[in-house]
Write a new protein. Sequence first.
Length: 279
Amino acid sequence: MRQTILTGLLLGGSLALSACTGGVGGDVNKALSGLDEEGGIREVMLSVAEPGEAVAYFQNRLGKDPGNAEHARDLARSLVRAGRSTEAVLAWRKVLAHEDAGPEDQVELADALIRTSEWREAKTTLDGVPPSHRTFQRYRLEAMVADSTRDWTRADSFYETAVDLTTRPAGVLNNWGYSKLTRGDAPGAERLFTEAITHDAGLFTAKNNLVLARATRRVYALPAVPVSQEERAQLLHTAALAAIKQGDADIGRNLLEDAIDTHPRHFEPAVRALEALNL
């Protein structure tokens, strides 16, 4: 169950942090020019710089000033962004050893623990966060932990609180919808996926999850949501696979053919699925 929930949430993107695919060059170098050491460069490294470069940068800063808690936090954040979650757990533990560590540092540690699938320890860490610390991140993680133990009542309460604490709720609405879908509440999931899309029309994972939720009712027609031509082809492919899995092979075949015809380029996964179906 925990693995299923985590997989879905990762598809939702609520645990992923944005990163630039290139190194610190080009536009990043332009951004660095003229920035002060303590402010601008730090922000660039935490946001658009190549993750590995950012880790090295903050390791260097922390090495020069090992007692600086903010440098330790920046290193821990960079390790998370670089996908080095095990190292990030250790880094956040070191942050919490500082005398000025606070509740948000505990929340960040819980996030890193979830990324390494240490759900029980993540729950213990969150349980130690003061009730007065009401942040979106805290309740988003609380909801995920509750999902992992199938405590649906607490999960719904935490998701609702998280939604109320952010102006950009699309990602957490998608996660909540996936939670509903895994427990068999397809209508509830559909409502949440649709709401997520109204907040972020570009959130493809919510569109894909909406197609999956509708497919549980054997409704394979695509929902009326904004999509590009390529997205439409991918959603038709999703619907086709769902139909085939449920024994509706002829419908799946037609959907695969539509997906291949719709895609602006060669759609290899759909072609392979159709060839396998026709064997």
